[in-house]
Write a protein that binds this ligand. Structure first.
Ligand SMILES: Nc1ncnc2c1ncn2[C@@H]1O[C@H](COP(=O)(O)OP(=O)(O)O)[C@@H](O)[C@H]1O
Ligand SMILES: O=P(O)(O)OC[C@H](O)CO
Length: 710
C-alpha cells in the first residue's frame, strides 16, 4: 500500500476520495478526479476489469508471458489481471480515454495520471468528466472505440514489447520493426506516485503521454508539449537579448539561451500539470548556423555565439572565393561560400584568440550550433554531456559532405578547423538516443533526447512535407522555403542551397532545395525597434492597411547582404521610389510586400531548378497571422497559400523526430494524417498587375547591389 504524495488543491478537485494503492487521479479539463480503491464501485470495476483482461489474454493472444517480466499469466484471472494490468491497461486506458475525448469533445485530459485499472475508471458512476462542454462519463461507446484503437495499435506493432537485458535493465521495442532500428531504451522514473521499483524502472517511453519540443529560435526560445494527436498541450516562450557590438555583427549570449531553455521547459511542464517522467522523448530544433565554442571541462563559452545573420566574416569569405574554393564547397556541401554558414564563423572564433585555437587543437574546446550546445547541457554538460549534432544542422556548417554525411577533411583544412572540436553527426531521429536528460535538470527526470532538426527542416517535417515535391515557407525573422527532393541531391543552378532535410533512424537521407531569406519578420521588428513606427509587430498590418498600395516605393531589406537567390554580400538595404507623397503607411506596406517578393524570388528559382511547378504553398511562422501579407503572397505567387491548424510546426517537427525514435508515433504515415488545413488564401490579383509589380521589385533589387566594397 503506497500513498500518493501529490498535494491536491481542494478547490480544484471535483471529487476527492481516499487514495489508493497507487495514485489514481485523472484530470479532465479543469477538474480532477481521484479514484479510490476502497470504493465499492472501484472493487466492482476491478473485478469486471479482471474478467475483461482475462478474456483479452485468452482471445487477443498477448505476447508470451515472460515478456511481462516474469509476473506470468498463470494463476487466476484476477491475479493475471493484476500482474499485467500495469502493462496492458495503460495502453488500454489511453485508448479508451482518447476515444472518450473524441466522443465527448473533452480536451486536456492527462491520461498518464490514470495509473491503473480500466475497470475502476469505466464502471465508477462517480467519475464524471466535468469542466468540459458536456458533463458525461466515459461510456460503452468510448470503451468499444478504445478497444478498437488498442487492437489496431497491437496489429501495427505499436505496443512495445519489453525484454530483459543482461545488464538488468529493460528495453522496449515495437514488434513491427526490425530489431536494429527499433530498440529504444525505456525511460524510467516518472512522477507517478510511490510504486514498486520494478514498475518504475519498466515504464516504457511510449507509455508516457507527451512529447516535448524545445525550439531555440533567433529571437526566442519555446518549449512545446504535444499529445499523440499533435495537439499543443502547453507551451512557454521567452525572448533573449540581441547583441549588436558593431555594424553587421549579431551575437547571442549562449548562457542566456541555456537559462531561457531551462525556464521554458519548467514552465511548460508546470502549465501542463505534468512531470518530466510523463515525457516520452525530447526533440530539439534550433536557429541554424549560429556558432558557439566552449570549454568542455567548465562549460563556459569562450565568446558570445556568432549568429547566422552576422556578416563579420565577409572579408574571409571573399578571400576564400578569390582563392578558388567556391566550386569545391558548392559541390561537396551544396552551399555557396557565405558569411551565413558556421564554417567561416568557427574560423573567425579560432583566430580571434590564440587560447581558443590551442584549446581546440588539444580537444578542450568544443564547437556546436545551438542544438549541440543545448543537447550537451541537457544530457550532463561537463559531466558526460553528449557532443552531437544531426545531419540537417551539420549540412549548414559548410563542413559536411552531402554524400558521405561526414565532416570533409579537405574542407576542414581549407578553413583550418580541427576535427576534434566538431560534434558527432547523428540521425535527426535516433532510436539510440543522443543521451538522457539529467535528473537534476529542467525535466527532473531521465528522458531520452532523440530528435534534432534545424528549425527550417523541422518546420518541413511539422508541415508533413515528407514526400518529394512538397514545399513549405516559414515566416519568422527570415523566410525559408524548403522543397523536399527525396533521396536525390539536386544541385542548384539558380542560387538555392542544396541541404539535408532529415534522416530518420538508419533510413535514407532526405534532401531539400532551400531558398533562405535573411530579413522578413526582422524588418517588422526594425520598424518597431529602430524607427518606432509601431509598438508591436502585429500593428504593422493596421498601419499598412491605412494606405491602398505601396505608393510607388519598394523596400529591399538586404541588411545582411542578399541571401538566396542572389548571394551578394556587397548588397545593403534600400528604399527606392521615394516622393513627398510617401507616408508611414506606405513604408509599412512596402516592408510587408518585401517578404512576399523575396519569397517569389526563391520560389521562381526553385521551379527553375526542380522543374516542379508549385501548386500551393504551406506556410507557418510568426508572420502568417498577418492577413494582408498572406493575401499579397498568394497574389504575387499566383498559387494558394495554406496555413495549417497547428502553426507551431517547427516545434511539432522536432517532437515528431523525437517521438518517431521511441515509437511514440508509429511512422511517417501517421504523422501525415495529423496535418490539417486551417486557412487558405487564393490569388485574387490579375496576371498583368502581378507582373508589373514584380518587375518593379526586380529593378529595386538591382539598386541594392554593390554598396559595400569587399
Ligand atoms: N502580425 C504580424 N505581422 C507581421 N510580422 C509579424 C507579426 N507577428 C509577428 N511578426 C514577426 O514574426 C517574427 C516572429 O516570428 P517567429 O516565427 O517567432 O520567429 P523566429 O522563430 O525567427 O524567432 C518577428 O520578426 C515578428 O516581427
Ligand atoms: O530562428 P529562425 O526561425 O529565425 O530561423 C533561423 C534559420 O534557421 C537560420 O538559418
Amino acid at each position: 500500500m503506497s500513498v500518493c504524495h501529490r498535494r491536491c488543491d481542494p478547490g480544484d478537485w471535483a471529487h476527492q476520495w481516499s487514495v489508493s494503492r497507487s495514485c489514481r487521479h485523472a484530470r479532465f479539463g479543469l477538474s480532477r478526479v481521484v479514484l479510490p480503491e476502497c470504493c465499492p464501485h472501484h472493487i466492482i470495476g476491478s473485478i469486471v476489469e479482471a474478467f475483461l483482461v482475462a478474456v483479452l489474454v485468452r482471445f487477443a493472444r498477448l505476447p508470451q508471458p515472460t515478456i511481462f517480466d516474469g509476473a506470468g499469466f498463470e494463476g487466476t484471472a484476477l491475479s493475471t489481471a493484476r500482474a499485467i494490468r500495469d502493462d496492458l491497461s495503460s495502453y488500454l486506458v489511453t485508448d479508451i480515454i482518447d476515444a472518450a475525448r473524441r466522443v465527448f469533445g473533452v480536451r486536456g485530459i492527462l491520461p498518464n495520471e490514470l495509473v491503473s485499472g480500466v475497470g475502476p475508471l469505466l464502471w465508477n458512476p462517480c467519475l464524471e468528466v466535468s469542466g468540459c462542454p458536456v458533463t458525461a462519463r466515459p461510456g460503452m461507446a468510448s470503451v468499444v472505440a478504445g478497444f478498437r484503437g488498442w487492437a489496431a495499435r497491437r496489429r501495427s506493432g505499436r505496443l512495445p514489447v519489453k525484454e530483459a537485458l543482461t545488464d538488468g535493465t529493460t528495453r522496449c521495442r515495437s514488434s513491427g520493426r526490425t530489431p536494429a532500428a527499433s530498440w529504444a531504451p525505456c525511460c524510467s522514473g516518472s512522477h507517478w506516485c510511490e510504486r514498486g521499483a520494478l514498475e518504475k524502472s519498466e515504464r516504457g517511453t511510449v507509455m508516457s503521454r507527451f512529447a516535448l519540443a524545445i525550439d531555440q529560435g533567433t529571437t526566442s526560445t519555446r518549449a512545446v508539449i504535444f499529445d499523440r494527436e499533435s495537439n499543443v498541450i502547453a507551451m512557454d516562450q521567452r525572448e533573449h537579448q540581441q547583441i549588436y557590438p558593431q555594424p553587421g555583427w549579431v551575437e547571442h549570449d549562449p548562457m542566456e539561451i541555456r537559462e531561457r531553455t531551462q525556464q521554458v521547459v519548467r514552465t511548460a511542464l508546470e502549465r501542463a500539470g505534468i512531470g518530466g517522467g510523463d515525457i516520452a522523448a525530447v526533440g530539439i530544433t534550433n536557429q541554424r548556423e549560429t556558432s558557439v565554442v566552449w570549454n568542455r571541462h567548465t562549460g563556459q563559452p569562450y565568446r558570445n555565439a556568432i549568429v547566422w545573420q552576422d556578416t563579420r566574416t565577409d572579408q574571409l569569405c571573399a578571400q576564400l572565393e578569390r582563392d578558388g574554393y567556391g566550386p569545391m564547397f558548392r559541390e561537396r556541401t551544396g552551399l555557396p561560400i557565405s558569411t551565413y554558414f558556421s564554417g567561416p564563423k568557427i574560423r573567425w572564433l579560432l583566430e580571434s584568440d590564440p587560447e581558443i585555437r590551442a584549446a581546440a587543437e588539444k580537444g578542450d574546446a568544443l564547437f556546436g550550433n545551438i542544438d549541440t550546445w543545448l543537447i550537451w547541457w541537457l544530457t550532463g554538460g561537463p559531466n558526460g554531456g553528449a557532443h552531437v549534432t544531426d545531419v540537417s544542422n551539420a549540412s549548414r556548417t559548410m563542413l559536411m559532405n552531402l554524400q558521405t554525411l561526414d565532416w570533409d577533411d579537405e574542407l576542414l583544412r581549407a578553413l583550418q578547423i580541427p576535427r576534434q572540436m566538431l560534434p558527432a553527426i547523428r540521425s535527426s531521429s535516433d532510436p539510440n538516443a543522443y543521451g538522457y536528460t539529467v535528473a537534476d535538470g529542467p525535466l527532473g527526470a531521465r528522458v531520452p533526447v532523440c530528435g534534432d532538426l534545424g528549425d527550417q527542416q523541422a518546420a518541413l517535417v511539422g508541415q508533413a512535407g515528407l514526400k518529394p515535391g512538397m514545399a513549405k515557407n516559414t515566416y519568422g525573422t527570415g523566410c525559408f522555403v524548403l522543397l523536399n527532393t527525396g533521396t536525390e541531391i539536386v544541385p542548384s543552378k539558380y542560387g538555392l542551397l542544396t541541404t539535408v532535410a532529415y534522416r530518420f533512424g538508419d533510413g535514407p537521407c532526405v534532401y531539400a532545395l532551400e531558398g533562405s531569406i535573411a530579413i522578413t519578420g526582422a524588418l517588422v521588428q526594425w520598424l518597431r525597434d529602430n524607427l518606432g513606427l509601431i509598438s508591436q509587430s502585429a500593428e504593422v498590418e493596421e498601419l499598412a492597411r491605412s494606405v491602398e498600395d505601396n505608393g510607388g516605393i519598394y523596400f529591399v531589406p538586404f541588411f545582411s547582404g542578399a541571401f538566396a537567390p542572389y548571394w551578394r554580400a556587397d548588397a545593403r538595404g534600400v528604399i527606392v521610389g521615394l516622393t513627398r507623397f510617401v507616408n508611414r503607411g506606405h513604408v509599412a506596406r512596402a516592408a510587408l510586400e518585401a517578404t512576399a517578393y523575396q519569397t517569389r524570388d526563391v520560389v521562381d528559382a526553385m521551379v527553375a531548378d526542380s522543374g516542379i511547378e508549385l501548386a500551393e504553398l504551406r506556410v507557418d511562422g510568426g508572420m502568417v497571422q498577418n492577413e494582408l501579407l498572406m493575401q499579397f503572397q498568394a497574389d504575387i505567387l499566383g498559387v494558394p497559400v495554406i496555413r495549417p491548424v497547428v502553426t507551431e510546426t517547427t516545434s511539432l517537427g522536432a517532437a515528431y523526430a523525437a517521438g518517431l525514435a521511441v515509437g511514440y508515433w508509429a511512422n511517417e504515415q501517421e504523422i501525415a494524417q495529423y496535418w490539417k488545413e486551417a486557412r487558405r488564401w487564393n490569388p485574387q490579383m490579375g496576371a498583368e498587375q502581378r507582373d508589373a509589380l514584380y518587375r518593379g521589385w526586380k529593378k529595386a533589387v538591382e539598386r541594392s547591389f554593390g554598396w559595400v566594397e569587399l
